[in-house]
Design a protein around this ligand. Structure first.
Ligand SMILES: [Zn+2]
Length: 243
């Protein structure tokens, strides 16, 4: 095992891939270990539970990530001790260095509850970032992660959630790509994912050095399709000043 331990928490199948799929691909390229915690199986959606579970399993496989289910009821994710413990147990088990979760600025109650529970569970984690969702409102990113060269791979992760892409129009691949370009433009780059910051400890040279070292050690061979993608080393960068 090498690199950072990354935990991404999402309320439903596809939330994580939409919000930070590119970031997680960048972590995998860098040799980091990624664990997905999906709080519910998305049973309320217009498709069968089995298909959404299977789609999430496939997305995790493409990503080369561990998948853990929270076991909570779709539409009724709690933010109390039960949910906090579930998330904290996983954070402790893997020794998470960085945690991605929903934003509080979201119209979906499950997304907000997942964010609140994660913030409590990650109280001792130095890096906690919130990703955006189609249901985000007043989302105000301050950190951007360069996903230039990873957008196609991100779209593949999202395509794994076929019932959402084809079945009910809740996921639009063109919008996902356009959003990456827009966030990249905001970050004075090309393609990016955007994050709100709950907490972010940053040391110049530390993460960049680790990324460069793991990249040179050939760890990309373990992550399938992603190894074929070229591009600059992705790294979290502070946001530029707002106009
Ligand atoms: Zn969701």
């Amino acid at each position: 095992m090498s690199g950072l331990q990354v935990v991404a928490v999402g309320a439903h199948p596809d939330d994580i891939e939409l919000g930070c799929g590119g970031a997680l691909l960048a972590h995998r390229r860098a040799g980091d270990q990624v664990t997905l915690l999906v709080m519910t199986d998305g049973a309320i959606g217009p498709q069968g539970t089995n298909s959404r579970r299977e789609e999430q399993v496939e997305a995790a496989r493409l990503l080369g990530a561990e998948l853990v289910w929270g076991g909570f009821r779709d539409g009724a994710v709690p933010d109390g001790v039960e949910a906090v413990s579930r998330i904290q147990d996983l954070i402790d088990e893997v020794g998470a260095d960085i945690v991605y979760t929903h934003s509080l600025h979201d119209t979906h109650q499950d997304h907000r509850a997942t964010a609140r529970a994660t913030f409590a569970a990650a109280r001792r984690v130095s890096r906690v970032l919130s990703y955006e969702a189609p249901s985000s409102v007043d989302f105000t990113p301050v950190v951007y992660l360069d996903i230039d060269g990873l957008v196609e791979a991100k779209l593949e992760l999202v395509r794994a959630h076929l019932s959402q892409v084809l079945g009910c129009g809740l996921v639009d691949l063109d919008a996902v790509e356009a959003q990456a370009r827009y966030r990249g433009f905001q970050a004075r780059g090309r393609m990016a994912e955007a994050f709100e910051v709950h907490r972010f400890l940053w040391s110049p040279g530390e993460s960049g050095g680790a990324l460069a070292e793991s990249s040179l050690s050939g760890t990309t061979s373990a992550i399938g399709d992603v190894s074929a993608v070229d591009g600059a080393l992705p790294a979290a960068v502070p946001a530029p000043a707002r106009p």
